[in-house]
Design a protein around this ligand. Structure first.
Ligand code: 5HC
Ligand code: ZN
Length: 166
């Protein structure tokens, strides 16, 4: 029997895991997931955006704007990329790549560079015009981190929990 042809690529597999992780996010406006992969395609870590451990999703604000910035989510939320780096349990991430649904901010860019991640594969760049993203790109360029826009061959993937589909 010939092998299956319609299997997903490595990039689709890892971005798929990043997107599945993002579905755990409680952020009502933007859900971001990240997946860190070694140069021999082993998954090192995953993460999604959320409040730090012990900071209840039900107590901290999910607002995007307020008179006082501490009444918004921004000072408190831990980004998907930082969570993925911190969740890697101290493993050496040198030479790895990070798959992320949304282009990294300047704070995550610093953590990505300092942890030795060599490539960022991203899907959306919806905040490309912001100072934060412009600063990220400047640092990634200086640090020699490769930036790759994700190019899927499948338009979408279906996951079914129906046991008769196995
Ligand atoms: N690269 C990123 N990774 C992330 O995890 N985030 C998170 C922070 C917030 O929880 C949310 C963005 O919210 P909003 O400004 O689109 O309502 O996504 C944001 C960015 C953008 O730089
Ligand atoms: Zn960030």
């Amino acid at each position: 029997m010939p092998k299956r042809e319609n299997y997903i690529s490595w990039d689709e597999y890892f971005m798929g895991i990043a997107l599945l992780s993002s579905m755990r996010s409680k952020d009502p406006s933007t859900q971001v997931g990240a997946c860190i992969v070694s140069d021999d395609n082993k998954i090192m870590s995953v993460g999604y955006n959320g409040f730090p451990r012990g900071c209840s999703d039900d107590e901290y604000p999910w607002e995007r704007s307020a008179d006082c910035s501490n009444d918004t989510k921004y000072p408190f939320v831990c980004h998907a990329e930082l969570n993925a780096i911190l969740n890697s349990g101290g493993h050496n991430l040198s030479g790895s790549r990070i798959y992320v649904a949304l282009f990294p901010c300047n704070e995550c860019a610093k953590a990505i560079i300092q942890s030795g991640i060599k490539e960022v594969v991203y899907m959306s760049d919806k905040y490309a015009e912001t100072e934060s993203t412009i600063a990220s790109k400047k640092m990634f360029l200086s640090a020699g981190v490769k930036l790759t826009k994700f190019t899927p061959t499948h338009k979408n993937l279906k996951i079914s929990f129906d046991e008769s589909d196995v």
